[in-house]
Structure formats: C-alpha cells, structure tokens
Design a protein around this ligand. Sequence first.
Ligand SMILES: *[C@@H]1O[C@H](CO)[C@@H](O)[C@H](O)[C@H]1NC(C)=O
Ligand SMILES: *[C@@H]1O[C@H](CO)[C@@H](O)[C@H](O)[C@H]1NC(C)=O
Ligand SMILES: *[C@@H]1O[C@H](CO)[C@@H](O)[C@H](O)[C@H]1NC(C)=O
Ligand SMILES: *[C@@H]1O[C@H](CO)[C@@H](O)[C@H](O)[C@H]1NC(C)=O
Length: 315
Amino acid sequence: MKIPYYISFVLILFTVAINAFNVTISDRDMNNYLEVENIERNIKFNGERLLDVYYDKNTLKQKKHVVIHIFGSYWIKGDKIGQTKIGSLLEREGYVAVVPNYVLFPNGTVEDMVDDIYNAIQWTYKNISKYGGNPKKIYICAHSSGAHIAALTIIKSALNLENNGVKLEPLPKLRRVILLNGPYSFDAEFLTYTLQGSGNTSNVAITSNVEEQLLLQKLMMTYYNDKSISPIELLKECEKNSSKLNVNKFVFFYTADDNVIPESSSKGLISEIMRTSSSSFEYIYEEGLGHATVTDGVKAGLSEYEEWYMDLIHS
Ligand SMILES: *[C@@H]1O[C@H](CO)[C@@H](O)[C@H](O)[C@H]1NC(C)=O
Ligand SMILES: *[C@@H]1O[C@H](CO)[C@@H](O)[C@H](O)[C@H]1NC(C)=O
Ligand SMILES: *[C@@H]1O[C@H](CO)[C@@H](O)[C@H](O)[C@H]1NC(C)=O
Ligand SMILES: *[C@@H]1O[C@H](CO)[C@@H](O)[C@H](O)[C@H]1NC(C)=O
C-alpha cells in the first residue's frame, strides 16, 4: 500500500514495537455501573464477549423498542462499563438498551470487531423479548469508531461478504441506524485530518497518552486504504439500487467542530447508500458541537445532552 509522504513522515516517527495494554476503567465509571439496578450484566454473546442489558423487570410484557448502543474509542479502547449513563438514560426513556463490548485493536482485527457486532445484533434479535424488548423494533446507535464497525457489519452482511472466512448472513431488519461522527474510509484525507485536525495542529495526538498514540499509528498503517474495511468502498462495488441493506432509515449525525473525523466520510457513505439502496436517510449537521460532545455530555449526566441523544434516537 502506498502511503503519501506527508503521512508516512508522521507515521515513521511512531514505528516502534507495541504491546497490548490493559483497558483501564475509572472509579467514577465503575461506581456508576455498580449503582444501576435495572440491568443484567455480563451476558456472554460471542464466545467470551460480554454485553449488558438495561431493562425494567416490572414491564417485561411491553415489547419496547430496543437500542443497541455501540461505543467509539478509536478502535483501541473503551468498555461497556463506561456507557452506563447512556444505557440508563435509554432504559428510563422506555427503551431496552443493549451495550456490547467488542474486541479492540491489536487484540483483534477489524474483522474480529465486525464478528462481535454481528453476533451482538443476532443475540439481541433472538433474546431481547425475554427482557421486554421487541425484536422487530431494533435500533442501532453508534459513535465514531463504533459507527464505522456498525456500518461495516450491516453492509458486509447485506452483501453476503466473507468475514473471517465465513459469509455473513443478512441481519434481521433494523428499524433505525443512527451513526454519529463516524469514519467510513481510511484514505489520505481521513488520515491527514485525523493526524492534523481541521487545520489545527494542537490536535495531532488526539490522545496525549503515548501508548495509545502508538497503537493508533499502528492501526492506521495496518488499514491505510484497505477497501475491505471501508463501507463506502464496499458499496461502490454495487450496481445502482442493488443493495438490500434491510434498514428502514439511516440517520447520520455530524458536528461542525469535529476535528477528528472529516465530514466527507458521512457524506460519502450517504451518497453510496442513496445510490445503491432504498433505505431512507436523514442527515443532521450541527454547529457548535465537537466530535463527542453529545455522548460525553450524556456520560457526564448533563440533561441538555441527554435531550440531544434522545432527539437523535427519535429522529
Ligand atoms: C487484550 O487482551 C488481554 C488478555 O485477554 C487483556 O488483558 C487486555 O485488556 C486486552 N486489551 C484490550 C485493549 O482490550
Ligand atoms: C439467546 O438465544 C439463543 C438462541 O435462542 C440461546 O441459545 C441462548 O441461550 C440465549 N441466551 C440467553 C442469555 O438467554
Ligand atoms: C485548536 O484546538 C484547540 C483545542 O481544541 C482550541 O482551543 C483552538 O481554538 C483551536 N484552534 C483553531 C485555530 O481552530
Ligand atoms: C432506483 O430506485 C429509485 C427509487 O426507488 C428509482 O427512482 C430509480 O429509478 C431506480 N433506479 C434504477 C436504475 O433502477
């Protein structure tokens, strides 16, 4: 793969052996997690992989709408334990929420992540009625790298593509897929933007943690221009109106002050979905918010952002 010189220059600086590191969970996140009552924790869904279900034991007969929330954290970190505020918000608002973990880089490849999310969706379809959820009313809400993995999973399975050597079967019908600030192509534009920010060099690192920076660089070198992990490139291979994505509606959300992911990523995927499928879509572009303002705001318990998040679910 040919990496443009200005990117390889930055990457070479970071080409060092990297060891896997442990996910650290803050005390605040752990306390929030342990305080929740309306939850079933640590359900195995794909081998040893775990998910949590936020639900109300007193309303099991209601057949509520179900939201699978897929967190983002640059493919290299994050844990369902940090998503408690989001799971609880959805549960309070009358949904059943499913929050899966998925394998992270470099412990797993992007195909392994797709395998986890694919199985999390199948698990939800088969099991969620026991928790008062309606398997015919499944929503996915996914942020950043989580939005990338969610879109890739939906598109690969709709196109019957191989993942880890196995052809994915079509997923059950999804009522809404809400994709927040996601990257959908690992091309030069994305890498330049991610490494340099939107013309803002104070953004180069994304994270100030050196170990995380190294992992991110390694990930980017591994997947640079790899079409098999780009939802946009996979759809480009399809004829007009030929992909049956089995999604009633896509909602794309992008924020003007996102200096991690360029807007062209969302726009590129929207135009390929429009060209190849009959799913409807909505594009919501918001001024004055950054890459993770809404999800971070919900995690901080700020009601303003809880409203934002729920508006996106209802959109
Ligand atoms: C990678 O796997 C090891 C061993 O299972 C685990 O301890 C570590 O937390 C994992 N790292 C990440 C980033 O998930
Ligand atoms: C989920 O559904 C599958 C298939 O019906 C079943 O084998 C599995 O035991 C269920 N898991 C739980 C936790 O109920
Ligand atoms: C660059 O980012 C920093 C931190 O996010 C911000 O304070 C500053 O205003 C930005 N500068 C420009 C030129 O966008
Ligand atoms: C694709 O579908 C749209 C709307 O369903 C329709 O208007 C258009 O004619 C179709 N194009 C082709 C090439 O079939």
